[in-house]
Ligand binder design. Structure first.
Ligand SMILES: [Zn+2]
Length: 55
């Protein structure tokens, strides 16, 4: 069974959501990460997807 390294204090799961700020959308994660403000919610979702697929 592989051991998970949680020394960085990050939660084991990344739950991403998109938050709307005025005319912008920002991707946020349960680990505290947040993406740049995007004009399109689709782009914010892409940010969130690339965040969760990071190694
Ligand atoms: Zn995260």
């Amino acid at each position: 069974m592989p051991q998970q390294d949680l020394s960085a204090g990050e939660p084991a799961t990344h739950l991403t959501t998109t938050v709307e700020r005025g005319s912008f959308a920002v991707a946020r994660c349960s680990c505290g990460w947040s993406g740049p403000a995007r004009r399109s919610r689709d782009t914010a979702r892409t940010d969130a997807r690339s965040h969760t697929s990071e190694p």
